[in-house]
Write a protein that binds this ligand. Structure first.
Ligand SMILES: Nc1ncnc2c1ncn2[C@@H]1O[C@H](COP(=O)(O)OP(=O)(O)OP(=O)(O)O)[C@@H](O)[C@H]1O
Ligand SMILES: [Mg+2]
Length: 297
């Protein structure tokens, strides 16, 4: 059965979400706060978001819920808020600015001070709670161990957008602080590729143009000390795995239990109106390659 496409009423777009780069707004549906977020025209962002969400579910990774959606004939996703009433999000840049003098708080992209070691020290803070509803396995020591799972997800789906406003903590109305579930995975699975280049990469014999090569190039939004280039998504995961090996082993063992056929089944459930056949094949092959690269860790 294909995933539903939620029809967002025309008049829903009254409160605009200021943060972020795409057209989006919050509205109320059945008494719940829901974000509508549009994909860039001609991109695969909306279905990439949905696939990312369903992969999180398979892997037990705490995540924002997404459904495919349409508003005024445009394509997007909807996501019910994961912030409880009276609570708020505190983003990575705000947190890092507290511990790193002169942190480039306002830099949206290529923030070279955004390092795995620093982020891990924030999310491993004593007293930081696990994401709501997450039951930690015995080997977990902190919410940072969950964050290692977010980085494994990024490497798996080739999410290139885990910048310092795409991870956060939640402060609830009683001042309890927890790690936010993972959100915003729209910039993944080769979302900007044209079908022509997808097919070329899928069918080529030229190793420089291959899917493997493509997969190896995915960049994260994390840097190392003195590094001018961002880490690759797999390097970012490995860096976190060095800091917390038991967590990395835990998440990798989950990944090992999930088959490529299960990924394929998720991609198959995206309705035909939203995704081309080439894009489906490309996404599944990318997941297959990235899964193998992660399992080789
Ligand atoms: N399910 C949710 N619950 C609560 N807040 C959310 C949810 N989804 C998104 N948000 C909030 O909305 C903001 C924008 O959402 P998101 O990051 O998905 O959009 P974006 O435009 O893709 O951002 P970016 O500029 O990072 O590409 C988030 O930073 C977060 O504050
Ligand atoms: Mg974002």
């Amino acid at each position: 059965m294909t995933y539903p496409i939620i029809h967002v009423p025309d008049h829903a777009g009254e409160m605009l979400e200021a943060l972020g780069t795409k057209s989006k707004f919050w509205y109320s549906a059945d008494g719940k706060r829901v974000l509508y977020k549009e994909g860039r025209p001609e991109s695969s962002e909306h279905w990439a978001e949905k696939v990312g969400c369903e992969i999180c579910r398979l892997l037990g990774i705490p995540h924002a819920e997404y459904e495919l959606a349409t508003w005024k004939g445009r394509k997007g996703v909807v996501s019910e808020t994961f912030v409880p009433d009276g609570g708020r999000l505190v983003f990575g840049n705000e947190l890092l600015a507290k511990i790193v003098r002169g942190y480039q708080y306002a830099q949206r992209y290529r923030a070279r001070q955004h390092r795995i070691t620093r982020v891990m020290s924030v999310v491993r803070s004593r007293g930081l709670g696990y994401p709501m509803g997450f039951v930690p396995p015995t080997e977990f020591r902190s919410a940072g161990d969950v964050f290692v799972g977010y980085l494994m997800l990024d490497a798996l789906v080739a999410n290139q957008d885990r910048h310092h406003e795409n991870w956060a903590l939640i402060i609830d109305k009683n001042q309890q602080v927890t790690l936010s579930p993972t959100f915003d995975h729209a910039s993944s699975l080769g979302r900007n590729e044209r079908d022509e280049s997808r097919l070329r990469r899928l069918n080529t014999r030229d190793s420089g143009d291959s899917m493997e090569h493509y997969a190896s190039r995915a960049e994260s939004a994390f840097y190392t000390l003195g590094g001018v280039k961002p880490l690759k998504t797999l390097e970012a995961f490995k860096e976190a795995a060095r800091i917390s090996p038991p967590a990395a082993r835990y998440w990798i063992s989950w990944l090992d239990k999930v088959s490529v056929q299960e990924f394929e089944a998720i991609v198959k459930r995206i309705p035909e109106s939203e995704i081309s056949d080439a894009a489906r094949r490309f996404a599944v092959r990318l997941l297959e390659i990235n899964r193998a690269r992660l399992l080789a860790w």
